[in-house]
Design a binder for this molecule. Structure first.
Ligand SMILES: C[S@@+](CC[C@H](N)C(=O)[O-])C[C@H]1O[C@@H](n2cnc3c(N)ncnc32)[C@H](O)[C@@H]1O
Length: 223
């Protein structure tokens, strides 16, 4: 995966236009991205326009209690918290200790440490620990693909009415529609296919797929 993912899944000129006009990445986010690279984290954080989309969707829902599965170096977490504004809190889950350390440094740099609870270890094992703080407004899923459905099931029980589940990578690197999937990608692509089909079948949610660089499935709790 490239460091700078292209917005729009199509014309690179439109992606360039979008970044030039909408200016999604300020100096802080650029520094956070650089810190991740310098600490040799995999450069798989959301792209600039996707970060802005997360911020915007979080603002739209008026979210204050935000959950993130898959912290990495804190880039998307900062975008989510920006969307939440003053008084917002991010509960974020990361099993890699180096990623968690870099994220903590980046949250400190952003002046957001007080607004973040970072849980180190398996997200599925740790999610139960925050249930007492719910219901939550937004749950952003961006970690192990095989557990996406499990994370959604957790979210559906712990989300308020009108809250949103946002799931990244749901275009499966351009393979989400395939039936004949290359062997090396089959596991992840099939997991993402299962996820999309699963959320569409949930009566309590209305879902759509936004064709961002990675694909973002957005599910709103409607009952
Ligand atoms: C795609 S990266 C997250 C990127 C981040 N959301 C961003 O855009 O800045 C996925 C992260 O999830 C973590 N992860 C994968 N499986 C996990 C699990 N079962 N529990 C907790 N974290 C997990 C990985 O270590 C990695 O840091």
């Amino acid at each position: 995966m490239s460091e700078e993912k292209l917005f729009g899944q199509g014309d690179p000129a439109i992606a360039e236009y979008a970044v030039k006009v909408f200016k999604p990445e300020d100096e802080l986010l650029a520094t956070v991205r650089k810190n991740c690279a310098e600490n040799h984290l995999p450069m798989i954080q959301v792209g600039q326009m996707d970060g802005l989309l997360l911020e915007t969707l979080t603002r739209l829902t008026g979210a204050k209690k935000i959950v993130e599965v898959g912290t990495l170096g804190g880039y998307s977490g900062i975008c989510l918290l920006r969307g939440g504004g003053a008084g917002a809190h991010l509960y974020t889950f990361e099993y890699n200790p180096l990623h968690a350390k870099v994220a903590k440094d980046n949250f400190r740099l952003a002046g957001l440490s007080e607004q973040v609870s970072l849980f180190e270890g398996s997200a599925l094992e740790n999610l139960a620990k925050i249930e007492k703080h719910g219901p939550f407004d937004v749950v952003f899923i961006d970690a192990d693909k095989n557990n996406y459905v499990n994370y959604f099931k957790w979210a559906s029980k712990n989300l308020r009415l009108g809250g949103a589940v946002l799931a990244d990578n749901t275009c499966a690197w351009g393979m989400i529609h395939l039936t004949n999937i290359p062997n090396e990608d089959r596991n992840s692509v099939e997991a993402l296919q299962r996820y999309n089909s699963f959320v569409v079948d949930q009566n309590e949610f209305r879902s759509t797929l936004i064709p961002t660089a990675e694909g973002l499935t957005v599910s709103i709790k409607i009952k």
